[in-house]
Unconditional design. Structure first.
Length: 492
């Protein structure tokens, strides 16, 4: 009778593990989950036999076999959490925990130091704690607390509603998993039926649904796949454009000579030959621009998984120069951009590529605003974009201003909201400024906007300078994203 529950749970976990592996395949997330299911399957399957056997020798063997798998269960759960929270820095502690589990497993099989035989209870036989059993209990408590900290830290760092929901489910699963530790009391002689398997069954059931239904890793896998599939043909187009640019001048000279000697009729439209000479350069710029958009889209998926300990120091001037060199300006647009002199030592701690993506977004929006204003004020209007950077209170402050159409006061509080755009359908998705805010906050800074319709718009980005208190706080603890109350003015 008492062996029915462990037998059922054992079969259930076999189904969980197979279900996730068949649905998701072998991924960083599905593998540790399958390990959890496998350890629980063998552990509960062994207990199903242990609870009903009357052979003392067989009972002694089953006790050690079952506990062999229990020793690895906390570490596999911690392994899963490190993948969910994308904390690669936990690898040394994870390896140390697996090593301790292996050591305890060896001692379990070779001596009675971990499990000292078994006790007989109303439901059957159950392992009795040995001298080193408290080491395993302490390991379980430590890993459960560490897992909780990782999940809560990851939750504070993300603003995406879906991912916060996923992390909430993982926290709930961890809480239920922790309740299963009540079974340890039976190892020390307390006589009650060990129902911890019920909590673990519910816990891992929640994780199985979370992995498959909500696809914890799917957005990153899709983004990586799309980026790879798009980047390859783009690179080929770029190389073909360069090849065309190299041979086109010679072809055009030959064509012009043929026309002059009346070997063929000039079939080009007026001015078309001049435009052909810049065709390869235009294609190259569009390829670079599209590649940047693809990279930025991939970066938006991985912002929540940034490892701040990998941040380096970058001069802000080099980021501005890189953005201006790579941006696909239309004729005359580059002359509108003025860059104020910047201190070559002025730098920030973070990711240069992410800051370049932010500048791309701001440049695109500024030029769009300038063209919109120019359409309303033909003849007496000269658009300009001004970029400057200073050091203020331990922060690198980058200001990006334009004299375009501006942002009305009633719209200003919503400019950073996801999917909010004032552009016509097909001209914008409303995610550009949201991405800029997420980048600023991921780097431990802020971005604000001041604007007056038909006068100016100024975006101010503040990023921690290396070695400052803000930079040290960024590396020592996960930053909590700022949440802007509805209707709040973003101007400072």
């Amino acid at each position: 009778m008492y062996s029915i529950l462990p037998a059922f749970v054992s079969a259930l976990f076999l189904g969980f593990g197979v279900y996730v592996l068949l649905t998701e395949g072998l991924t960083r997330l599905s593998v540790p989950f399958a390990l959890m299911c496998a350890t629980t399957f063998f552990w509960q399957g062994t207990w199903a036999f242990l609870f009903q056997t009357s052979d003392p020798e067989l009972s002694g063997v089953l006790v050690k076999v079952g506990y062999f798998f229990i020793l690895f269960l906390p570490t596999t759960f911690y392994h899963f959490v490190t993948e969910v929270s994308a904390r690669r820095g936990e690898r040394p502690l994870l390896i140390a925990s697996y090593a301790l589990s292996v050591l305890l497993a060896v001692l379990l099989l070779a001596s009675d130091a971990v499990v000292d035989g078994y006790g007989t209870f109303f439901f059957g036989k159950y392992p009795k704690a040995g001298m080193l059993h408290p080491v395993h209990v302490a390991q379980t408590v430590l890993l459960a607390c560490r897992s909780a900290w990782l999940l809560f830290a990851a939750r504070r760092q993300t603003q995406a509603h879906d991912r916060r929901t996923l992390l909430d489910l993982c926290v709930l699963s961890l809480g239920l998993y922790a309740l299963a530790a009540t079974d340890y009391a039976v190892n020390y002689g307390f006589a009650f039926y060990p129902a911890g398997a019920v909590f673990i069954a519910i816990s891992l059931g929640i994780l199985a649904v979370t992995i498959v239904r909500y696809g914890l890793m799917r957005p990153y896998l899709i983004a990586a796949t799309v980026a790879h599939e798009v980047a390859t043909p783009l690179a080929a187009i770029g190389m073909h454009a360069e090849e065309i640019g190299n041979v086109l001048p010679e072809l055009m000279r030959g064509y012009q000579l043929a026309v002059q000697h009346q070997l063929c009729v000039d079939g080009l439209y007026p001015g078309q030959s001049e435009r052909l000479s810049s065709l390869a350069t235009s294609i190259r710029r569009q390829v670079d621009s599209t590649s940047t958009v693809v990279e930025m889209s991939l970066a938006s998926f991985t912002l929540d998984r940034l490892d701040r300990r990998s941040f380096e120091t970058y001069p802000v001037r080099s980021c501005v120069n890189a953005a201006l060199e790579r941006f696909p300006f239309r004729p005359g647009e580059r002359d509108m951009v003025e860059v104020a002199p910047m201190d070559a030592q002025l730098s920030f701690s973070g990711s240069d590529s992410l800051v370049v993506f932010v500048l791309f977004n701001l440049l695109k929006n500024a030029l769009f605003a300038i063209h919109a204003e120019s359409a309303e004020r033909p003849g007496d209007y000269a658009g300009r974009v001004e970029i400057s950077a200073t050091s203020e209170g331990g922060f690198c402050v980058l200001r990006f201003a334009d004299n375009g159409c501006g942002i009305p006061a009633d719209i200003l509080p919503r400019v950073f909201d996801p999917f909010y755009s004032t552009k016509s359908h097909g001209r914008g998705t409303g995610m550009g400024l949201t991405f800029c805010r997420r980048v600023a906050e991921a780097l431990g800074g802020t971005i604000t906007c001041e604007s007056q319709a038909h006068v100016h718009t100024t975006f101010t980005i503040r990023l921690p300078e290396p070695g400052t208190s803000a930079d040290r706080a960024l590396h020592d603890a996960p930053a909590k994203p700022r949440r802007w109350p509805a209707g709040q003015d973003f101007a400072g």
